[in-house]
Design a protein around this ligand. Structure first.
Ligand SMILES: Cc1ncc(COP(=O)(O)O)c(C=O)c1O
Length: 400
């Protein structure tokens, strides 16, 4: 059976060139990067080389990169690390209602420690309003954390404008607060991401979303910003993240970052063309569908649709039986029956939210694969809808 993978927002295929770069560090180059002998030095050199590549991808200095186990750990380190380091100066944070659970749950954990968090609403197309950030600011706000691109609908937030506001507020106050963190896990590799152009102080990203291995991620921390490490132990990562470095995964992250930087314009063009083909095909072939998210301000690889008169999970399973892998939302929340907190925040009614699917493409997606999805999807949608009394009533009402 044909297999089509359209769940690249959950994770991506390891690039064969990345695997090639990693293999020596899984075989003969097994030294601990903290050891003094030659084995250790070779591992250290590989980690530092990867740090340069990873920093280059986002326009940072290598010393500003902290390697972690992934996006989740980077988000935890950013929020809890800043809160712990600067909690005596203020105990208020601002975030949005549509963040990834790694941010939202870190906020909840901080609330349990006596911090206060404002969860900003979003517009019906999924944008945070800069005026709302302004209105939420308090003299004791130490951190704003707003994602760059959303993982379910792909909407790109106005981080540059928020950074502009933050700069003004800091100048007025004569203070370094609030700091600005962005979760860029879904943005890196899908759009140019440059920390100085964005104006952020902290930025989270992850290797496995850019055809790198699982188990490696990074937190960009602007030079001079203090944070308390959340993993206690040795003095790794300049005392900001203890634990023996995952050398093969970090090497893979470095190679994936390098390839992403070289190929970014081509990848964007490729993904956008196929995404447009998919969206146009769905809208032409399937009635009663609604596209979720902003029309223009979004990454080129994510498409989210609500199909009326059916259950998204049932459709996901039917598509899987025909070899097509998609998602009902975030990978971490699938398996739970909770409706998507992102789509609910857009103001979509529950029945529509329950009928939603996310299609996410990558550089590896082909035109033939999209054509196959456009052949199979209308059939499976129709098959499920034929079991819906509301749909049949609706059809009968349309017939003269
Ligand atoms: C926006 C966002 N943040 C954080 C994460 C977590 O990253 P990781 O899977 O590397 O822990 C994800 C992964 O789905 C994500 O989409």
């Amino acid at each position: 059976m044909r297999r089509v993978y359209l769940d690249n927002a959950a994770t991506t295929r390891l690039d064969p060139e990345v695997l090639e770069a990693m293999l020596p560090y899984l075989r003969e180059e097994y030294g601990n990067a903290s050891s003094i002998h030659t084995f250790g030095q070779r591992a250290r050199a590989a980690v530092e080389e990867a740090r340069v590549r990873v920093a280059e991808l986002i326009g940072a200095d290598p010393s500003e990169i902290i390697f972690t186990s992934g996006g989740t750990e980077s988000d935890n380190l950013a929020l809890k690390g800043i809160a712990e380091a600067h909690g005596q100066r203020g105990r208020h944070l601002i975030t949005s209602q549509i963040e990834h659970p790694a941010v939202l749950e870190s906020c909840r954990a901080l609330e349990r420690r006596g911090f206060e968090v404002t969860y900003l609403p979003v517009s019906p197309d999924g944008l945070v309003r800069v005026e709302d950030v302004h209105a939420a600011l308090r003299p004791d706000t130490i951190l704003i954390s707003i994602m760059l691109a959303n993982n379910e609908i792909g909407t790109i937030q106005p981080i540059r404008e928020i950074a502009e506001l933050v700069r003004r507020v800091r100048a007025e106050r004569g203070q370094p607060y609030p700091y600005l963190h962005t979760d860029a896990v879904q943005a890196v590799g899908k759009m140019p991401v440059h920390v100085d152009e964005l104006g952020v102080d902290l930025l989270t990203f992850s290797a496995h979303k850019i055809h790198g291995p699982k188990g490696a991620g990074a937190l960009y921390l602007r030079r001079g910003v203090r944070l308390v490490r959340q993993m206690d132990g040795g003095h790794h990562e300049r005392d900001r993240r203890s634990g023996t470095e995952n050398v093969p995964a970090i090497v893979g992250f470095g190679r994936a970052a390098e390839l992403t930087r070289q190929q970014l314009p081509d990848r964007i063009r490729h993904m956008r063309a196929l995404r447009d083909m998919l969206e146009q095909g769905i809208e032409e072939r399937i009635p009663f569908v609604l596209r979720n998210g902003h029309r223009e301000q979004r990454v080129p690889n994510i498409s989210n649709f609500s199909f009326r008169f059916l259950d998204g999970e049932a459709l996901l399973i039917r598509l899987d039986l025909r070899g097509i892998a998609v998602s009902t939302g975030a990978a971490c929340s699938s398996g739970s029956l909770e409706p998507s907190h992102v789509l609910l925040a857009l103001g979509r009614p529950r029945d529509l939210v329950q009928g939603s699917l996310r299609f996410s493409l990558s550089k590896d997606t082909t035109r033939e694969e999209i054509a196959y999805v456009l052949e199979v999807l209308p059939e499976e949608v129709e098959r499920l809808r034929a079991m819906s009394p509301q749909y049949l009533e609706r059809l009968a009402a349309r017939d003269p």
